[in-house]
Design a binder for this molecule. Structure first.
Ligand code: GDP
Length: 455
């Protein structure tokens, strides 16, 4: 089996990647290295310079080819990568030459799928490759790298081991009922289920943080017209250290911008709406604020500190209740200052109240500190914890937790040991599905179909 792939888009170089037992046979038919050496003598992890030629020996491109010899390659199979000049014409021609000479086209994710099927990485690690490629913030990429290194896999393996240690004793009870060890075993099982259950719940909770990191903290900047929403948005987006990615929002006609400040990923909701509103008579008001607030993980509610609170302001405060909120008193550069931070109408909603001048970019650091505190101190510390990052993993953890509960119920109802054992085996299976030891082909195909070509 051989495949190759083409990286689309125009760059300085293009890479065509082949993997499989016979990939060097295909390569030899189209590649003429300058220093001719039999393939057996070429070492892995080396690069050779030469030309790609067609079947009439016409030179198609000047290239560098990297050699990876099984099992020391990404897929564990023989692999080579042809570094061509960029541009679609040459790449396409080399791609077609590979095809003509016996290669098959790779599916999206096929290289990583092979790495998984050949046992070099587990399913969690394979999924982390997608996360790294799609990462929108450094933090998200870091999380992916951690998972690729197998940190989460090790954690799952440790939980499984804890179960297996007790499972051995359960098997003894089932196989040799004449030994009177049942009582001891039951108390062991109970202790194990408590411990495993606790660890699984912690992992399950980590999903919320994992999701925030992956998708960004959905942030709504709300306030009545003219309080400075658009000015604040611009101040945030124009910061030197802000890495901004713009993408289409989930609802029609909205744009969401992903800002990465101090490693905190914020997804600003409907930035186009806020900007568009700036020059129009009809500015973003309460109705629109309501929509944005409903969908947000974080609300930044802005008020004009030079004006008494109006009914509209109070309606905005109402929206901010029961949510993670930061209240901003804007325009502190102007006199008179009418609103105070210790106003009970604010402190009833949150203690996160800051004064800024969006126009002069005063107080932004304090805003970022507040965001960091809101999403880290009162939750799991993002740096040291292992996180689950996708729904597939979360659903399996949920299922394992349910099976822990079922096993506990069985014990409380004095069920026979072999019944309890069934639930415990289910937990092991759920955990095995997370890392991919027991997983159906459909699921594997679904996971890898999300990959891009060439990975
Ligand atoms: P929005 O309708 O909430 O988006 O408000 P804008 O950002 O469009 O601001 C309304 C007006 O207030 C504009 O004229 C801004 O220049 C002004 N403004 C915004 N922030 C400040 C500030 O911190 N200080 C001062 N002096 N003016 C501000």
């Amino acid at each position: 089996m051989r495949q190759y792939l083409r990286l689309l888009g125009i760059g300085g170089i293009g890479i065509i990647r082949m993997s499989g037992k016979n990939c060097f046979d295909v390569l030899q038919k189209i590649f003429v290295p300058i220093h001719k050496k039999p393939i057996e003598e070429i070492k892995g992890y080396t690069m050779k310079y030469g030309h790609i030629v067609d079947n009439k020996q016409r030179v198609v491109d000047e290239v560098l080819v990297s050699y990876f010899k099984a099992p020391k390659s990404y897929t564990t199979e023989n692999m080579c990568e042809i570094n061509t000049h960029g541009g679609n014409v040459v790449e396409k021609e080399i791609l077609e030459l590979c095809l003509k000479n016996g290669a098959d086209l790779a599916e999206p994710g096929e290289f990583t799928k092979r790495a998984f099927l050949n046992g070099r990485i587990d399913l969690l690690q394979a999924e982390s490759v997608i996360d790294i490629i799609n990462a929108k913030s450094k933090r998200e990429a870091d999380e992916g790298i951690k998972q690729l290194k197998g940190v989460l896999s090790e954690k799952i393996a440790a939980i499984k081991q804890e179960i297996m240690d007790v499972m051995v004793n359960i098997e003894v009870v089932i196989d040799y009922p004449e030994y009177d060890v049942e009582d001891v075993t039951i108390s062991q099982i109970k202790a194990m289920l408590d411990s495993v259950g606790g660890k699984l719940i912690k992992l399950e909770k980590s999903f919320d943080n994992g999701k925030l990191i992956k998708e960004g903290i959905k942030t709504a900047i709300i306030g009545k017209p003219n309080v400075g929403k658009s000015s604040l948005l611009n101040a945030i987006l124009n910061e030197d250290r802000a890495i901004v990615t713009e993408f289409e929002g989930t609802t029609r006609d909205t744009i969401e911008e992903f800002v990465n400040i101090n490693g905190i990923p914020l997804k600003l909701i409907d930035t186009a709406g806020i900007r568009k509103a700036k020059d129009q008579v009809e500015k973003i008001g309460i109705e629109k604020s309501k929509e944005m607030a409903a969908d947000a993980d974080l609300i930044i509610a802005i008020f004009d500190s030079t004006k008494e609170l109006s009914d509209e302001d109070l309606a905005i405060l109402e929206l901010a209740k029961d949510k993670k909120t930061i209240i901003i008193l804007n325009k502190i550069d102007q006199k008179p200052q009418v609103l105070a931070e210790n106003d009970e109408r604010f402190t009833d909603v949150t203690n996160n109240i800051i004064k800024i001048s969006a126009l002069n970019k005063w107080g932004l650091d304090e805003l970022y500190d507040k965001i960091t505190n809101l999403f880290q101190l009162n939750e799991i510390n993002l740096d040291n914890e292992v996180m689950i990052t996708n729904v597939r993993q979360k659903n399996l953890i949920d299922k394992a937790i349910q099976n822990v509960e079922k096993a506990k119920d069985a014990i409380n109802n004095n069920a026979p040991t072999d019944i309890i054992a069934i639930f415990i085996k289910e937990i092991l299976e759920d955990l095995g599905s997370i890392t991919g030891e027991v997983v159906s082909e459909d699921i594997i195909n679904e996971i890898f179909s999300k990959f891009c070509l060439g990975k």
